[in-house]
Design a protein around this ligand. Structure first.
Ligand SMILES: [Fe+2]
Length: 449
């Protein structure tokens, strides 16, 4: 009888909601993500012209100085031939996980639309051979992925979004991230970056990762004093090998590149809002977009021009940078920061389309204004976006982490170059609202931690 009761208990499904959980799965005091002689945190990023080159950043312990990157044309044989070596530059970082060396190698002179293999060196060890195809000419179709804030619980909750995105778009060549990749400021910043790389894994190594910087990649110095100010976090400059063609007022955190018919300009919203560089970045953006010969334009930044969250107003962005975006008829403004979903345009115009989305588990609530000015909107939903682009057509899809279609439209160019937007309602799931009165920690202003 007693055995039977235990059996029954085991067979009953649990109906509890997952409790609040820590920001990482690293136990307190653990140095699980400390650097070793084996290369890790390998991430490729676009060069200004990714049809002829790209750049790679990686990490080792302090025993490795100016290591090599090896690259060759990919072949079906494991006997890789014609290897070219590129010497990396090394920077030092000291974190809660100890000392680490961060390396950067810039590769150029490659053939367009060609599959290469590359690997990076550690101390007595090499990474896997990774495969990466250079971008093609502007008239070839391109698939990009776009992720909103990952920020929290990267292993626990973000990794399945990344996996779902890769399965939905295995042909994606570029991965755009809208900033706040980690939360930071908790003396576990390095472990959080370790989790971000654990979550993105092969995506970071075999697509070109183009991140915007978020406010959480900065930290507050002299917090709660009159001297309080934003300072760039030490991870950002050593973690990604980004193009060095940004606004001089936001060097290293703003940049642009051309990707197979799309000019992508990445703006540093935090610097614009909190460090007084909005004007300088607007002048830079104006120049970058004035010289644009690509059929499509994307601007990526963390803080939205139009916020879907209550009480958030990024006035300096709207006043200083938005006129540049409008003047140059940017097609898509891809943003994050507000931990909800919302899309809008301006009046009946086909473009620009402004999107705010979120990949990670932190979920906020929509403002009433967002519900009347944006369509669709969404709460309590982890999402990724797939963009398929050719010279005549830009197709945008937002999908939930389980792969369901949440939002879709197409921009079409006619012969004269003017653009039309076609909304796709078919196949979309109904907009999602937060069904909880409070989070597991009791916060009523959020939907999930
Ligand atoms: Fe943010």
């Amino acid at each position: 009888m007693r055995l039977l009761a235990v059996g029954l208990l085991l067979a009953l499904p649990s109906v509890a909601m997952a409790a609040a959980e820590p920001n990482t799965q690293v136990p307190p005091g653990s140095r699980y993500y400390a650097a070793t002689p084996v290369p890790d945190r390998i991430v490729a990023s676009p060069s200004v012209d990714p049809s002829h080159g790209f750049a790679v950043a990686w990490r080792t312990d302090g025993s490795v100085q100016s290591p090599l990157l090896e690259i060759a044309r990919a072949d079906d044989s494991p006997a890789i031939e014609g290897i070219v070596q590129v010497r990396a530059k090394t920077q030092v970082l000291q974190t809660e996980n100890g000392l680490s060396h961060h390396h950067r190698a810039d590769i150029d002179g490659l053939q367009p639309d060609t599959l290469y293999v590359y690997r990076v060196q550690g101390n007595g060890s090499w990474s896997a051979w990774n495969q990466l195809r250079t971008l093609a000419a502007a008239d070839q179709p391109l698939t990009l992925l776009y992720f909103g804030d990952t920020q929290n619980k990267n292993v626990s909750h973000v990794s399945r979004v990344v996996r779902a995105a890769q399965k939905a778009a295995p042909d994606a060549r570029i991965s755009l991230f809208a900033g706040d990749l980690v939360s930071g400021g908790d003396n576990m910043d390095d472990s959080e970056w370790g989790e971000w790389f654990a979550a993105t894994n092969w995506l970071a190594q075999e697509t070109l990762v183009a991140p915007a910087i978020g406010n959480h990649e900065y930290f507050e110095e002299f917090e709660d004093t009159p001297q309080e100010r934003r300072v760039l976090g030490r991870h950002w400059p050593v973690t990604f090998a980004l193009p060095g063609n940004g606004a001089s007022a936001a060097a290293g955190t703003s940049y642009w590149f051309d990707a197979q018919g799309v000019r992508v300009a990445v703006v540093d919203g935090t610097s614009a809002l909190d460090l007084g560089t909005a004007k300088a970045q607007a002048q830079w953006l104006d120049k970058v977009l004035s010289g644009n010969r690509q059929p499509w334009t994307i601007v990526l930044l963390h803080q939205p021009f139009y916020s879907p969250r209550e009480g958030r107003e990024n006035a300096a962005l709207r006043k200083v940078l938005l006129p540049v975006v409008r003047r140059h008829k940017v097609d898509l403004i891809l943003q994050g920061h507000d931990h909800t979903y919302g899309r809008r345009g301006e009046g009946q115009a086909a473009t620009p389309q402004y999107v705010v989305t979120v990949a990670g588990p932190k979920q906020y609530r929509l403002s009433d204004e967002a519900r009347t000015t944006m369509d669709p909107v969404g709460e309590d939903t982890q999402l990724f976006q797939v963009l398929r682009i050719d010279p005549q057509r830009l197709r945008y899809e937002a999908r939930t982490v389980t792969g369901r279609l949440y939002d879709a439209f197409e921009l079409k160019r006619d012969g004269g170059g003017s653009k039309q937007r076609v909304e796709q309602q078919e196949g979309r799931i109904a907009p999602r609202d937060c069904a909880r009165a409070q989070t597991a920690k009791g916060r009523t202003d959020r939907c999930w931690e």
